[in-house]
Ligand binder design. Structure first.
Ligand SMILES: [Zn+2]
Length: 222
């Protein structure tokens, strides 16, 4: 009797856990919201600044191997403030592009490397920053822009979509995954920002695995 109850409880527990994991992996509330509200991406606007240095990727000019997704970690900034700051401080770090809920602004030519993740990732990847958003709709809009831009770069450079975040191999990276698998920094973004905004606005952590699914959706719609 005790054993039967125990087995029943284990069965229920396993079912709940499986449902939970299916829910967080297969069905993203953020991605579903983007689809059901017809949230569409902005176009990439080119505002290349001439002051950034021009260094080739390890395989040469115009030969990036993937995309790195960042998040600024600054809760009080705007996309224009971030871009102005980066132009002033590019000697320390700069990325190719900034994204928010209403803009995709390319400021440094993706023909050349940028300085966002240190060695060796800088010589391999196109990199972009997401500015922090403060509402459900703006977070969803930003994530859609980020996924579109990732797909756009993959397509532009004839790179196959491949999630690198869980195994360290592929074309779609987070800064955290670059740091973990390749080194160069101890940053973890955008994992914490995604989890925070997902929980806050959608009652479910948003994950890089879910973001990768949104990249695929955008890639197939190109
Ligand atoms: Zn970063």
């Amino acid at each position: 009797m005790v054993k039967k109850v125990f087995l029943a409880m284990v069965t229920i527990l396993v079912s709940v856990l499986m449902l939970g994991s299916v829910n967080s992996q297969a069905s993203s509330k953020v991605n579903n919201y983007i689809a059901s509200h017809n949230i569409s991406h902005n176009q990439v606007s080119s505002k290349i600044w001439g002051g950034f240095p021009h260094y080739k990727y390890r395989h040469g000019k115009n030969k990036p191997e993937g995309v790195v997704v960042h998040e600024t970690g600054n809760s009080h900034s705007t996309i224009f403030g971030e871009i102005a700051y980066m132009k002033k401080n590019y000697r320390n770090a700069f990325v190719h592009t900034f994204v928010d809920d209403d803009h995709i602004i390319n400021i440094a030519s993706t023909k050349y490397l940028c300085w966002g993740v240190g060695y060796p990732g800088n010589a391999r990847f196109v990199q972009f920053e997401q500015v922090e958003m403060h509402s459900k709709k703006s977070f969803a809009g930003e994530v859609e822009n980020a996924a579109y831009y990732t797909a756009y770069i993959l397509h532009k450079y004839h790179l196959k979509p491949n999630d690198a975040v869980y195994d360290g191999h592929g074309t779609v990276w987070s800064h955290g995954a670059v740091a973990h698998y390749l080194g160069g920094s101890d940053h973890t973004d955008p994992k914490g920002y995604y989890a925070n905004r997902g929980k806050k606005y959608f009652h479910q952590s948003y994950t890089m695995a879910q973001f990768y699914q949104l990249v695929l959706t955008n890639y197939h719609n190109l």
